[in-house]
Design a protein around this ligand. Structure first.
Ligand SMILES: C[S@@+](CC[C@H](N)C(=O)[O-])C[C@H]1O[C@@H](n2cnc3c(N)ncnc32)[C@H](O)[C@@H]1O
Length: 240
């Protein structure tokens, strides 16, 4: 019988994982933090899943090119280098926080506990769920179908003043976009809530007006690459 019929996701995934995993090239594993203090911090950390596969519809169209049939294969660390919680804790975020400061932080549902652990390690107290993003389509889940992601809010000192809008809704209903891209409306809503405060987006992928941005993707120099690009291993032949 034709070999192709016996190809399992795992047989393909293992070599693909070593080939596609993004590696951080910075000698220090994070870029320098900016000078000064911020009252509002907005963060979307690169949570590490130990290379575990994730459901990602965008990979079906983009990354399976040339394959005989559409096979889902993706992981967060195919898109950017991921960082273990213990290492995220080592980034000295407390150094850039004002005495009165809020941290708005996205957590993936399996990383809720680590999210609270990380906010606490950075010197904040967990307060509540600031935003619930209903992505309006579900992914498979072990327990229920998964269609929401949470943005938690943590506080250090008092809530920064003066305050702006007090009528922002917790629930945001926006269709999911490309892998891990968060809806702009959340960032915009934080601005409405705290229009005058100095704000920074951590782990940013773009620069938003009124925000400082920090992260591997907003550096000018190339700071990560896949094993493929670094030629550290031979890409495996698929289906041979
Ligand atoms: C979950 S993504 C952020 C997505 C972003 N919020 C958006 O809406 O497009 C995490 C980001 O953290 C960056 N990152 C990974 N390792 C990092 C490190 N050691 N220091 C700083 N940024 C890092 C990744 O390159 C990626 O851009």
């Amino acid at each position: 019988m034709d070999d192709k019929q016996y190809i399992s996701g795992y047989r393909i995934y293992a070599p693909e994982q070593s080939r596609r995993t993004m590696r951080n090239l910075l000698p220090e594993f994070y870029p320098d933090l900016p000078e000064g203090k911020f009252q509002i911090i907005y963060a979307d950390p690169p949570w590490d899943y130990g290379g575990k596969m994730q459901f990602d519809k965008s990979s079906i169209k983009g990354e399976n090119e040339g394959w005989k049939r559409d096979i889902f294969i993706s992981a967060a660390n195919f898109k950017y280098p991921t960082v273990k919680t213990k290492d995220l804790k080592r980034i000295p975020i407390a150094d850039i926080c004002d005495d009165d400061c809020l941290l708005f932080m996205w957590v993936t549902n399996p990383h809720l506990a680590q999210g609270i652990e990380l906010g606490t390690a950075w010197g904040f107290e967990y307060k509540t769920v600031a935003f619930v993003w209903d992505k309006m389509s579900h992914n498979p889940g072990q327990y229920t179908l998964s269609n929401c992601e949470l943005c938690l809010v943590f506080k250090r000192g008092r809530i920064p003043r003066p305050r702006g809008a007090r009528n922002i809704q917790q629930l945001v209903r926006i269709p999911r976009g490309e892998h891990s891209v968060k809806p702009d409306v959340v960032r915009d809503n934080i601005v409405k809530m705290f229009p005058t405060q100095r704000k920074i987006e951590l782990f940013a992928r773009s620069r938003a007006k009124g925000w400082e941005a920090w992260g591997l993707d907003v550096r000018e120099e190339r700071s990560y690459a896949s094993a493929d690009a670094l030629a550290v291993s031979e890409p495996p032949a698929l289906f041979d």
